[in-house]
Ligand binder design. Structure first.
Ligand code: SF4
Length: 210
């Protein structure tokens, strides 16, 4: 299988429970909820995306001929140090391309494999960390995992319903949009009203990392 990778780089995880952890970010190209083109945003199923996932032209991106080639690329970016290796696979929607062969190849090189998905496709087996970020109006099939990350506010989502899903951590993150101050207030309000939820901020944006 050919894997299309938008970008791949070493950074610190900026969001969620693993925030602050050194990680290789592997961003797959493509998403099933938006084409990534601005002219399609208004009619997309997900229309608040802050990520460029189109093509393979980003830093460390490209077309990779097989799982071993992707895993070798990730390992090279990690550099020296054999312990606590972490790769965060995101997108776009990573489940469009991620398969067990790639998960196995990354495990063979000592990586813990984390994914960030919109949950509309089932997660592949043997992942070490599953973060689902639900989008309003979509059918989420992946209702279990380690971390549920709710970008807030989103009309049409009831946090009380999400609380029935099987996750270890429930995080609410203010939407990065023109009404940022309002979104932060809404996210803080949700965490104050419903103690199951914890506030998550995008630390990488504060410290100037990609
Ligand atoms: S599901 Fe995620 S990657 Fe896809 S358009 Fe929405 S925010 Fe962007």
């Amino acid at each position: 299988m050919i894997y299309s990778v938008k970008e791949c780089f070493l950074t610190l995880q900026g969001e969620g429970v693993q925030s602050g952890s050194r990680a290789v970010f592997l961003r797959f190209a493509g998403c099933n909820l938006w084409s990534g083109r601005e002219q399609d945003r208004a009619t997309a199923q997900c229309n608040f995306c802050d990520t460029d996932f189109v093509g393979t032209d980003g830093e460390g991106g490209g077309k990779f001929k097989d799982a071993q080639a992707v895993a070798a690329h990730v390992e090279k970016l990690w550099g020296s140090g054999g312990q606590e290796r972490l790769v965060v696979i995101t997108g776009g929607e990573p489940m469009l391309q991620l398969d067990k062969e790639l998960v196995d190849s990354l495990h063979a090189r000592g990586f813990r494999v984390a994914v960030e998905t919109n949950g509309t496709l089932p997660a592949v087996p043997d992942l070490d960390w599953v973060c689902v970020s639900p989008k309003s109006g979509t059918e989420v099939v992946q209702r279990q995992g380690n971390e549920l990350k709710l970008v807030w506010p989103q009309e049409g989502i009831d946090p009380a319903e999400l609380e029935e899903w099987n996750f270890d951590h429930f995080l609410v993150q203010p939407m990065d949009c023109v009404n940022r101050a309002e979104a932060l207030k809404a996210a803080v309000g949700l965490a104050m009203d419903r103690p199951k939820w914890r506030l998550s901020l995008q630390a990488h944006k504060v410290i100037g990392l990609p």
